[in-house]
Ligand binder design. Structure first.
Ligand SMILES: [Zn+2]
Length: 105
């Protein structure tokens, strides 16, 4: 409480540093001196989000990338802004266990 840390932002997909320094006052999601942000790096944005949607379960930091089509089929809703959506753990389980051809390694 009241503590703040400067951490290096890391991409949620490839876990590489995005180059952004973050002042994290929440002390949330901090592992070592890196903080996972919901903002993918430029490379992953181009590789995955140009035709897919990043799904994040904030509680555990688990992520999945599903195709635009799969997203529409699964959730029956419009594309989220910035192609990033948050979900509950059970939804993540469901996404990760269902067969999906274009899941990134
Ligand atoms: Zn990345």
């Amino acid at each position: 409480m009241g503590k703040s840390f400067v951490t290096m932002a890391v991409c949620p997909i490839c876990r590489k540093e995005t180059g952004d320094l973050l002042m994290d006052t929440q002390v949330r999601d901090v592992f070592e001196r890196y903080t996972m942000t919901p903002e993918p790096c430029q490379e992953c944005r181009e590789n995955y989000l140009s035709h897919g949607v990043l799904i994040i379960a904030p509680e555990t930091n688990r992520i999945a990338v599903i195709t635009d089509d799969a997203f529409r089929r699964a959730f029956n809703m419009d594309m989220p802004e910035k192609k990033i959506a948050f979900c509950e753990e059970p939804v993540m389980d469901w996404i990760l266990t269902k067969p999906e051809e274009e899941t990134p390694a």
